[in-house]
Design a protein around this ligand. Structure first.
Ligand SMILES: [Zn+2]
Length: 93
């Protein structure tokens, strides 16, 4: 999927349209010692019925997230492109 490098869109801080730079963001590495992860690990131990985090059905495509940065106030905002896209997001040259 293709997307322009710069988009003229609304900036909530400036409260007007500005030409903002788009950047692709990806999920960072999960912290192994985070409380939620430790809780989840514990729930997977032992015997149990249906457990969260063990998925049988795989979703088709990814939800691509980009960050738009306003050149005036430097505020960044997130945006999700489309719904679920099968192809990797590319920026137009
Ligand atoms: Zn702004």
């Amino acid at each position: 999927m293709k997307y322009p490098k710069e988009v003229r869109t609304y900036c909530p801080k400036c409260r007007k349209h500005t030409t903002q730079k788009a950047k692709l963001v990806s999920k960072g590495k999960a912290r192994a010692m985070a409380i939620g992860n430790r809780k989840h690990e514990r729930s997977l131990m032992g015997h149990g019925g249906k457990r969260a985090g063990e998925k049988t059905v795989k979703k088709q495509g990814k939800r691509q997230k980009i960050i738009l940065e306003c050149p005036i106030c430097k505020k960044k905002q997130e945006r999700i492109i489309g719904t679920r896209t099968k192809k990797k997001l590319e920026f137009n040259a």
